[in-house]
Write a protein of this length. Structure first.
Length: 363
């Protein structure tokens, strides 16, 4: 019972105190207005003592999944800008004016504004005390970014495409050379066709060797990436394919030499000169196999090249500057309105605090 009465008494006292405070504030409204006005004037006056800053803005459109902010905010990029425009160092404030510290200060003055909607471009903002210098720095940054994102050394997808293209060109040249050698051999010896069993074996060996070449190329591409778990898997697949290939080649040679005997001389699809000469038959089979291997390898590489180009378009970066930076006409800092609002709020709080002190000051 006593607790409830005490709570009701405390609530009445709090309500009475709040009413008294509001009444006191109403009575001191002119004083509060004077405090607000005085602090606003002081804040605006203080804003003239701050170093004015100009923001140069350049809009650009990045195409790709990679983020450019890491490159733009990096210390290495800032060093390149400082080497391009050494006059910027006079505008930067660093306790120890080394190149590394100056680069850190410059990177703090650079920001990226991401678009709020998909149809808006990105913007690079450079804030410096000198308007023309801010515009020059922004344009130099964009030049460095363009050279970075369009360079194949920084694009893994493009490097893989170039590597596969080189391999494809190499095996395409090998295919043309093997076809010429086979054609000359057939013209000299009058050989046109292999029997069906030998032709099937040649095709099987060619497919396995083409798969082996494909896996080896994939392994070389994966070795560009450190600690890739797929590297060991590709190595095991290559070892298994080599074992299978050696077994097939052994069976194929046995079949070819046995076909040169009396029992095997009657196979269809071969001219009598080839069935009577196992050496020529083996050489012809070898040429046919090399052509088939090159054909299958080129087919696999062509598929890989197409997939790599699609991946390059998906992950690669291209870059386009929409609006170059121009010299800003107005300062971006200090904001007089923000200073005035801050001073007004501070004056209001100080006035309320002063009224509260007078209200509860003991008599």
């Amino acid at each position: 019972m006593n607790n409830s009465e005490n709570n009701q008494t405390g609530e009445r006292l709090l309500k009475i105190d709040l009413d008294q405070l509001l009444l006191k504030l109403w009575q001191d409204r002119r004083m509060l207005a004077a405090w607000v006005l005085a602090l606003m004037i002081l804040a605006i006056g203080g804003s003239f003592l701050a170093t004015p800053l100009f923001t140069a803005e350049i809009t650009f459109l990045p195409i790709g999944s990679k983020q450019l902010s890491v490159f733009i905010k990096s210390r290495a990029t800032a060093k390149l800008v400082l080497k391009e425009i050494p006059e910027v160092t006079r505008l930067l404030k660093a306790e120890n004016p080394t190149l590394a510290n100056m680069a850190i200060e410059l990177s703090k003055a650079v920001n990226i504004r991401k678009p709020q909607h998909s149809d808006e471009p990105y913007a690079l903002l450079v804030e410096l005390p000198n308007a023309s210098m801010a515009a020059d720095v922004a344009n130099v940054y964009m030049k460095l970014v363009a050279s970075f994102v369009n360079s194949p050394e920084y694009d893994l997808a493009k490097r893989n495409t170039l590597f596969i293209k080189e391999q494809y060109d190499l095996f395409a040249a090998t295919l043309r050379s093997n076809e010429d050698a086979l054609r000359k051999f057939q013209e000299v010896n009058g050989i046109i066709l292999l029997d069906s069993q030998t032709a099937a074996t040649v095709g099987l060996v060619a497919q396995i060797e083409a798969r082996l070449v494909k896996k080896e190329i994939e392994l070389q591409a994966l070795q560009n990436l450190s600690e890739n778990p797929a590297t060991q898997k590709r190595a095991n697949e290559i070892a298994a394919l080599k074992d299978t290939l050696n077994e097939l080649k052994g069976e194929q040679e046995n079949m070819l030499f046995s076909s040169g005997t009396i029992e095997g001389s009657g196979r269809p699809g071969m001219t009598p000169g080839l069935t009577d000469a196992p050496r020529l038959r083996l050489e012809h089979q070898k040429l046919r196999r090399e052509v088939a291997i090159a054909e299958q390898t080129c087919l696999h590489l062509q598929n890989q090249l197409t997939a790599a180009r699609i991946q390059e378009e998906r992950e690669g970066i291209s870059f386009m500057v929409i609006d170059r930076a121009i010299v800003p006409e107005k300062t971006s800092y200090p904001n007089r309105l923000a200073f005035a609002l801050f001073g007004g709020i501070l004056g209001l709080l100080l006035g309320i605090f002063r009224s509260a002190l007078h209200l509860y000051k003991p008599a």
